[in-house]
Design a protein around this ligand. Structure first.
Ligand SMILES: [Fe+2]
Length: 494
């Protein structure tokens, strides 16, 4: 352990960071000191400024920026959760706000902009929620012509051949300028597929080809997009149930559609009201050959809910392994983060109750689950190994006793079953960290992990860099913005 790094996080930047930060002990009384209407963790759920954030240099407040770290961390998340006294009913319904943290020559510059979707423009003009969503009723008189009228563009981002897209699972990808984050508009991959949903979790092969799903009820479209951003092919599949599909998995040879028993047969907004949890159906896995999508087989696993996979890989005998954050039931989707959005969350609401799990799918017979003792989500892998045999997955772990956020970054090693963890303590809410390969490196360990945290004591945002080979050694460096921005969902590195 590098004591200087830990001591920074324990005693810290700015006033008020208690020395108990790393253990999470004794922090709660400090939260009453701010005198604000909301608890300070609620910074993570407040609106972003309508005009966004113009490019602003962040300040290096800790450590030394590793040589060779160069690129942009893009992030996306809901950032309009309130109009007047009215809150969005579900975290999935806030308008998408895209961040770029451009890192070069040891400097980090933050920019942020709302995606100027139809929903965002109309609701900003009216200064109220109009559009029905995942959990939000909206205004029944609002004219809805198609899914993209409800497009919140708020879930993730992908860069394909230099073009940046904000993603939302119910509608099209939404293009923004990759430098300025100015909105370009809804992306249509082909005339046939105009307006078709495009999930927020596309999978990129190491050579740049992108696969994705679009889900409408029990119908799924499989997209195959070249590294140049051109639609190569698409296939329609019926998966037999209107299951909630947020993420999926891919090996170098197969796509795996995971049909969880969280079913919505009505499919009318607000969708959350008509989902049914049917554990008797189990978790069904549809395995599709990438070279011939007509070659398909099913496997059965015990009932679990999930939002996110890490990635899948395949052994020489055809056994498929994939890791995912699995839940006994779909808790977050059902309560929608409402208590967090309204500032009413208390520790009694609890946090994630996931089990980070490896699903093993044999070439015939039922799948089995290998469960770890890690409670976490937002799993990420080294993009050079996506779909290939690998051992490392980074995920966000650890419940805070004072905020609804996670406290820790953990790298799990499937070869050694070792969890390498850094605990920020209750002072920071930890978001998804991404693997960034070191220039010239060839192994998973030869990566950095780059991600954002919200420092709820200083009320400022930080971008943190770790060495993937030893996150428990603490951060390599931390940049800090002069301001906060709300919690997001997912990012990408380009
Ligand atoms: Fe997600």
């Amino acid at each position: 352990m590098d004591f200087s790094r830990r001591s920074f996080l324990g005693t810290g930047i700015g006033a008020g960071i208690a020395t108990g930060a790393l253990s999470g002990v004794g922090m709660a009384p400090a939260f009453a000191d701010l005198g604000t209407k909301m608890p300070d963790w609620h910074l993570g759920y407040q609106n972003a400024p309508p005009a966004g954030f113009d490019p602003s240099p962040m300040k290096l407040v800790f450590g030394k920026v590793p040589a060779g770290l160069k690129g942009s961390l893009y992030r996306n998340g809901p950032a309009q959760m309130q109009y007047g006294d009215t809150f969005a009913s579900h975290w999935f319904d806030g308008d998408g706000f895209i961040h770029r943290i451009a890192i070069e020559d040891g400097q980090a510059v933050h920019t942020g902009r709302f995606a100027q979707t139809t929903k965002h423009r109309d609701e900003q003009a009216a200064q109220k929620f109009l559009v029905p969503g995942f959990g939000t009723e909206g205004d029944p008189t609002y004219p809805m012509m198609g899914p993209d009228d409800a497009n919140a563009a708020n879930t993730s981002v992908i860069v394909i051949d230099g073009k940046l897209y904000a993603l939302w699972e119910g509608g099209s990808a939404y293009e923004l300028d990759a430098d300025t984050l100015d909105s370009v508009g809804v992306k249509s991959w082909s005339d046939d597929l105009s307006g078709m949903p495009f999930l927020a979790h596309p999978k990129t092969e190491p050579d740049g080809r992108v696969w994705n799903l679009g889900v409408g009820g029990s119908n799924v479209v499989i997209y195959r997009i070249s590294a140049k951003g051109v639609l190569e092919d698409y296939t329609l599949v019926n998966i037999g149930a209107s299951a909630y599909i947020h993420d999926w998995a891919m090996t170098d040879r197969h796509l795996i559609i995971m049909v969880q028993p969280w079913i919505n047969e009505k499919m009318i907004p607000p969708f959350i009201d008509s989902f049914e949890w049917r554990p008797q159906d189990g978790l069904k896995l549809l395995i599709i050959d990438k070279n011939d999508t007509s070659k398909r087989r099913w496997a059965q696993a015990p009932a679990r809910a999930f939002y996110h996979t890490g990635a899948a890989w395949e052994e020489s005998d055809g056994t498929i392994r994939l890791d995912a954050a699995l839940y006994a039931e779909p808790i977050l989707g059902q309560d929608g983060g409402g208590p967090e959005i309204r500032g009413e969350w208390t520790p009694e609401y609890g946090s994630f109750n996931s089990v980070f799990t490896q699903i093993v799918i044999p070439t015939s017979g039922d799948a089995k689950l290998i469960e770890t003792d890690l409670d976490g989500d937002f799993p990420q892998v080294d993009p050079r190994f996506h779909g290939k045999p690998r051992k490392l997955t980074a995920l966000v772990t650890g419940a805070s006793s004072v905020s609804p956020g996670a406290t820790s970054l953990t790298v799990y090693n499937w070869e050694t079953d070792h969890a390498d963890r850094f605990n920020f303590g209750d002072t920071r809410m930890v978001e998804e960290f991404l693997f960034v390969p070191k220039p010239g490196g060839t192994t998973e360990e030869e990566s950095w992990l780059v991600g954002p945290v919200l420092n709820i004591k200083s009320g400022k945002r930080e971008i943190v860099v770790f060495d993937a080979a030893g996150v428990s050694d603490g951060p390599l460096c931390i940049w800090q913005a002069d301001y906060s921005w709300p919690l997001g969902f997912h990012g990408t590195w380009a």
